[in-house]
Design a protein around this ligand. Structure first.
Ligand code: COA
Length: 260
């Protein structure tokens, strides 16, 4: 499939999708949302893809938000439809069943931070600035920001970022638990690649169950969530990869996981 706003590259089980609108700081317009949704769906069904990396083109921004020029003239019904499309994309990323890493440089604002928060790991350059500045436009975050920020960093941080609208730096974001890892800009690609390759060599079925247990389990009552974890644990015992992993440990060799 060919895209006009995305670049898709595969390397050793890792698919990197780069939003390619550097002149607009990779702002999320309808075209980007549609193409990303289609690319995420493709990655879901392609067994050769073990890990997804989301990136933004250029040096200045991961993504500077939803496209303000496109949003400016929407009526309320169109705005709800736009939010629905954005939220559906974020949820599709979050529930992909494979690890998704956000590679963050420069600005990750509004929809950009919301996109990063839908990913499972966030690796950033130390010069990154993150925030939910929608209040400065007379707006509310609409792609899940109020909810994922609360869940990742707590209500206090969510209220601070959304009410005040000021971006925070990478060190503060890491202290809040918003960023997984912060590195020098010139180390960003190497660090993303290192983490992605580790995940690509891990057991895909166990990874999928960990993602479901943490993400879906986090939305349930504890007893229900523990049952979910129990079932995930048991299901791993039906996989050849679990037998390979335990046998490799006993035989003192490196396990080779095949996703079965
Ligand atoms: N939507 C649409 N276009 C955007 C955009 C967005 N969210 N963010 C940046 N752009 C565009 C600018 O309009 C500009 O386009 P132009 O060159 O055709 O005029 C281009 O990207 C470069 O942005 P510019 O503002 O000139 O860069 P800067 O370095 O001066 O400022 C930011 C960078 C990120 C501080 C500033 O672009 C900004 O505040 N963007 C909006 C952030 C925001 O509110 N996001 C939430 C949206 S809901």
């Amino acid at each position: 499939m060919s895209y006009t706003t995305l670049i898709s590259q595969d390397h050793a089980g890792v698919r990197r999708l780069t939003i390619d609108r550097a002149d607009k700081l990779n702002a999320l317009n309808r075209q980007v949302l549609t193409e990303l949704a289609s690319a995420v769906q493709q990655a879901r069904h392609d067994d050769s893809v073990r890990v997804l990396v989301l990136a933004g083109a250029g040096e200045k921004a991961f993504v500077a938000g939803a496209d303000i020029a496109e949003m400016a003239d929407l009526d309320p019904a169109q705005a709800q439809d736009f939010a629905r499309q954005g939220q559906a994309l974020m949820r599709a990323i979050e529930t992909l069943g494979k690890p998704v890493i956000a590679r963050i440089q420069g600005y990750a604002l509004g929809g950009g931070l919301e996109l990063a928060m839908a990913c499972h790991l966030r690796i950033a350059s130390m010069h990154t600035r993150l925030g939910q500045p929608e209040i400065n436009l007379g707006l509310v975050p609409g792609f899940g920001g109020t909810q994922r920020l609360s869940r990742l960093c707590g209500r206090g941080a969510a209220l601070e970022l959304c009410l005040l609208g000021a971006p925070i730096d990478a060190a503060r974001a890491q202290a809040l638990g918003l960023l997984t890892r912060v590195v020098e800009p010139e180390q960003l690609d190497a660090e993303v690649e290192r983490v992605a390759q580790q995940l690509a060599r891990s057991a895909p079925i166990a990874l999928r169950h960990i993602l479901a247990s943490v993400i879906e389990g986090g939305e349930c009552a504890l007893d229900q969530a523990l049952l979910l974890e129990q079932q995930a644990f048991a299901l791993c015992f039906a996989s050849a990869d679990m037998r390979e992993g335990t046998r490799a440990f006993i035989e003192r060799r490196k396990a080779v996981f095949r996703g079965a």
